[in-house]
Design a binder for this molecule. Structure first.
Ligand code: ADP
Length: 204
């Protein structure tokens, strides 16, 4: 399948900092970042899809796979049509998808996973703390409630973590999620820059 998007996955528990790292990477020429949660949050919440998203996310549950993959693939297509994402030039950085093994399988026809960066934070309380701070700042109802946050961790453990076994071990690199965004970024770059160098001509 020659036309699959060359992709790096940002992987980790809720609050591990995937979005923070992804957003910074997305500002670097030659990288395109897409966060599945951001795409969901940008929906019109009075639309059918928007309502479904609210219904699941407010409980800390995953949106059903078919809906998620459909929305994701349409969004990716739109980004390429608008030339915001240029598959021949840009390394795609995905965060928040795949969230379970079924999604990982469904994505196979679209993406060629060159690397999985697993942001590791052994301290769940530290992540909960980050998420509550973010909830206050970004007005996120899913992270304002401790019960919902704990449910999100449970869903992560049960459904998302097994995704790591879906990819060859050699593709997965663990990066500590502890430290300042800049410190974590330094380690993330050590992993992704060689991937970009070996698969793309360097952007000017
Ligand atoms: P975070 O960045 O805090 O880990 P996200 O913004 O990625 O969280 O996700 C927020 C919510 O959006 C999830 O709890 C879930 O309801 C929904 N969601 C995001 N991505 C997916 C996905 N790939 N599959 C199903 N639901 C998703």
């Amino acid at each position: 399948m020659p036309h699959r998007y060359k992709t790096v996955l940002l992987f980790g528990a809720p609050g591990a900092g995937k979005g923070t790292q992804g957003k910074i990477l997305g500002k670097i020429p030659g990288f395109f970042h897409l966060a599945c949660g951001d795409v969901f949050r940008s929906l019109d919440m009075t639309s059918e899809l928007g309502k479904q998203f609210l219904q699941y996310s407010s409980r800390g549950e995953l949106v059903p796979d078919e809906l998620t993959i459909e929305m994701w693939s349409q969004n990716m297509h739109a980004q390429t049509v608008l030339s915001l994402y240029k598959p021949k030039e840009d390394l795609l950085v995905l965060d928040g998808i795949p969230r379970n093994v079924a999604q990982a399988k469904a994505l196979e026809k679209y993406i060629n996973v060159l690397k999985v960066i697993h942001l590791v934070c052994p301290d769940e309380d530290a992540m909960v703390h980050r998420m509550r701070r973010r909830a206050l700042k970004e007005n996120r109802i899913d992270d304002a409630d401790e019960k919902v946050i704990r449910r999100r961790f449970e869903v992560y453990r049960l459904e998302t973590q097994p995704v790591l076994d879906h990819y060859p071990k050699a593709l997965i690199t663990e990066v500590s999620a502890i430290g300042s965004p800049a410190a974590v970024l330094q380690h993330v770059l050590e992993v992704v820059v060689p991937v970009q160098d070996s698969h793309f001509r360097n952007p000017l």
